[in-house]
Write a new protein. Structure first.
Length: 319
């Protein structure tokens, strides 16, 4: 992934997910995303009853974040010390302490008595911090599991020739990969454009401290959707080879995955080790749907996959 590509994705996230982002920021972020959506995105599938049905019925599969293969999927981190210090700053606790101590100074107390008053105030602030820390822990304890269980994701890649992804997601190259023309469809479908997001690969887990501070200040238990989206589109750099995009569906209280109707794929790519039976089934379906078919093959002189046309709708060629 090039430097330029990383830059636009970071800029997109900063504009659309940042607390206090304006309508102008969000519109600019959506334009940035629209201008950079790849012409094609690919979905890898193993062959089974449900994946064949999804292909036949123009459906895509969503799974909960909790069931993803990345143990850090949709993770978030919290800096409790930062949260408490910012909370006390907003409540102007230091200013209040200074004012109270100034009042006591004017009473002409002895140094010993003033020290005792000052210690009492500072101890009360320490106790307040401890209390806030406990309340804070209680408030955030439910967040990670709640987000993972109610966020559903459909994953795509910018690549159709990744040996690793064919191995991981298509049962060792025995499955298939669908090509979707997202660039055109997203331009005319505002909901899809909003739901489709590139993954941002990073070294650090997303810190939600400021989002939670805002919730705490408003005495709200409502989870900020920007916070969720920001967490769900960030993954470790170890996954960057996938060049992933995701369609996100939030606040879906379902433990199991589900499919939704979508647009027809442009092409299907058959795994290098697909069985003859499954190959015949998928080619027959593709012909009925007027979808191009390609066969992935192992190159003889490099550790790479290459694409061979199997059935092209416009020319109906078979190779």
């Amino acid at each position: 992934m090039g430097e330029k590509e990383r830059d636009w994705k970071e800029e997109f996230a900063e504009k659309i997910f940042t607390i206090g982002a304006t309508k102008e920021d969000e519109d600019a972020a959506l334009k940035l995303k629209r201008d950079n959506i790849p012409q094609s995105l690919y979905k890898y599938r193993a062959v089974h009853e449900f994946s064949i049905k999804n292909f036949a019925d123009d459906q895509i599969w969503f799974n909960s974040s909790a069931r993803m293969n990345d143990p850090y999927d949709s993770s978030l981190s919290v800096n409790s010390e930062l949260f408490i210090e910012e909370f006390l700053k907003v409540r102007q606790v230091d200013e209040y302490l200074d004012k109270q101590l100034e009042k006591h100074r004017k009473r002409n107390l002895s140094p010993e008595d003033f020290k005792k008053v000052e210690d009492d105030y500072r101890n009360s602030i320490i106790k307040l911090k401890e209390q806030l820390n406990e309340e804070f822990k209680e408030r955030i304890a439910y967040l990670p599991s709640r987000i993972r269980k109610t966020t559903h994701i459909s994953c795509f890649s910018e690549k159709n020739d990744s040996i690793l992804m064919w191995s991981h997601y298509t049962n060792n190259h025995e499955g298939f990969c669908l090509e979707y023309d997202f660039a055109e469809y997203a331009k005319v479908n505002a909901k899809l454009l909003e739901a489709l997001n590139p993954i941002i690969y990073d070294d650090e887990i997303f810190d939600v401290s400021y989002y939670l501070l805002k919730m705490y200040q408003n005495d709200s238990s409502t989870i900020d959707t920007k916070m969720i989206r920001n967490a769900v589109v960030r993954k470790a750099k170890a996954w960057s080879y996938e060049e992933e995009w995701r369609i996100l569906r939030l606040f879906e209280p379902q433990d199991t995955g589900y499919e939704i109707d979508t647009f027809k794929p442009k092409s299907i790519y058959l795994g290098a080790k697909i069985s003859e039976k499954n190959k015949a089934t998928l080619i027959e379906l593709a012909k009925e749907k007027k979808v191009n078919v390609y066969q992935m093959k192992l190159k003889s002189n490099e550790f790479k996959l290459e694409v061979h046309p199997e059935y092209i709708v416009s020319e109906e060629l078979t190779k």
